[in-house]
Design a protein around this ligand. Structure first.
Ligand SMILES: *Cc1c(COP(=O)(O)O)cnc(C)c1O
Length: 400
């Protein structure tokens, strides 16, 4: 297996092996190809590179540190656990990395409006933040049911000046918000841009979002090498759509000795219908304009998925993950809601770091795996975001 295939992914049509592509009407393919062409030109320019680099440093606060979780490692009595602290980014998670990239690209392309949907509001807040900074109008579609559930994120989006569109059709949740946002986008795709929230959707989004997120692994590789003179033995990251994971993995793909694990939500158990383990239990199929693994009902509809972490409940997954799974380059494992809760509390109490419930899936995997390894081995866990947003929910659940 040559290294070439990793560096060159995806091909010109947006395929990672058999996954990805543009499963959309021809008019939209043209629009997507225009975005790809503009992106490939703009990303090479010094102006764009300098602006993004400066904002990563001075606005997001990059590089995010790597922290040695000494107490946790000692307690587990095995591998040394290190944390890549994306939770310390401005707005508290990794999403700001690609939202800033997308907002800047929109500005350089002369777009007049950035459109997106949001479920729990994390993508909405990160995008509204980036658009406020860049100075471009932002319109976020959100289901009415979600609006009522996610009050803190709703008010943040309003404060940041985005136009929040409540969606009342259907079940008034994420799926309806996607439909509503997409209809608005189709009114003028020349002047609007649809900012996808992970490494999913039609080409070029899986590639662009990966490129913007790959800063995580580029930093981590350098930080780890300069401190330890060697690379980590394992990388671990949670997988919903898969952008924080691919962001960490990309810089290490050619390092054959580095094992990589993506952790999906097993929810209430893989033997129930309350999980979101797309790569673990799904099959190759189509969703949202791409070919990837999909969790489907017997009727071929996307399955209603579940995770304690709302950022991970997606019945598809980024096409590059599907490819890396088939190649065997990345292993995909799962953690249940209960393991995730335990990990959330453990990291909080042993290291004083409250991780997002999403990130807690990766922490749970490290807690399970470290005792099976030697004390000179290392696991680098991506803490994709901070858990402030989950604190009230967890406190209620545990009766704190
Ligand atoms: C949205 C989110 C995720 C899931 O998104 P990916 O595309 O799978 O990375 C993970 N962690 C946090 C904190 C999130 O907000």
């Amino acid at each position: 297996m040559s290294n070439f295939q990793y560096a060159e992914m995806p091909d010109a049509e947006g395929y990672f092996g058999e996954y990805g592509g543009q499963i959309i009407p021809p008019e939209l393919q043209q629009v997507m190809n225009d975005i790809d062409k503009a992106y490939e030109e703009i990303r090479q320019t010094e102006a764009f590179q300098n602006e993004l680099k400066t904002l990563f440093a001075d606005y997001i606060g990059r590089p995010s540190p790597i922290f040695h979780a000494r107490r946790l490692s000692e307690k587990l009595g095995g591998a040394q656990i290190y944390l890549k602290r994306e939770d310390l980014n401005h707005t508290g998670a990794h999403k700001i990395n690609h939202c800033l990239g997308e907002a800047l690209l929109a500005k350089y392309m002369g777009k007049t409006k950035v459109i997106a949907e949001t479920g729990a509001g994390q993508h909405g807040v990160a995008l509204a933040t980036a658009c406020a900074l860049v100075g471009i109008p932002c319109e976020i579609h959100m289901g009415q049911v979600d609006i009522e559930k996610e009050h803190p994120n709703v008010v943040k989006m309003k404060i940041l000046g985005c136009n929040l569109i409540p969606v009342t059709r259907g079940t008034a949740t994420l799926k309806d918000a996607v439909d509503s946002a997409f209809e608005e986008y189709l009114k003028d795709p020349q002047n609007f841009i649809y900012a996808i929230g992970s490494v999913v959707g039609p080409h070029p989004f899986p590639k662009m979002v990966r490129d913007f997120q790959s800063i995580i692994g580029m930093e981590a590789r350098e930080q780890f090498l300069s401190r330890h003179g060697k690379l980590p033995d394992y990388l671990a990251a949670c997988v919903g759509g898969g952008c924080n994971a691919i962001g960490l993995f990309t810089a290490f793909l050619e390092d054959e000795a580095v094992k990589m694990v993506g952790i999906e939500p097993a929810g209430k158990g893989l033997d129930t219908d309350k999980h979101s383990a797309t790569l673990t239990l799904g099959k190759p199929g189509q969703i949202h304009g791409m070919k990837c693994y999909v969790l489907e009902t017997e009727e071929g509809e996307p399955m209603p998925v579940h995770s304690i972490a709302s950022g991970l409940d997606y019945p598809g997954v980024g096409p590059q993950h599907a490819y890396l799974k088939d190649l065997g380059r990345v292993q995909y494992d799962t953690a249940t809601d209960q393991e995730c809760l335990d990990a959330f509390i453990t990291l909080s109490r042993v290291e004083g770091i409250i991780p997002a419930l999403e990130s807690s899936h990766a922490v749970a995997w490290a807690i399970r795996t470290a005792p099976t390894l030697n004390s000179d081995q290392t696991i680098l866990v991506n803490i994709s975001g901070r858990g402030d947003k989950d604190a009230d929910y967890v406190a209620d659940l545990l009766g704190l």
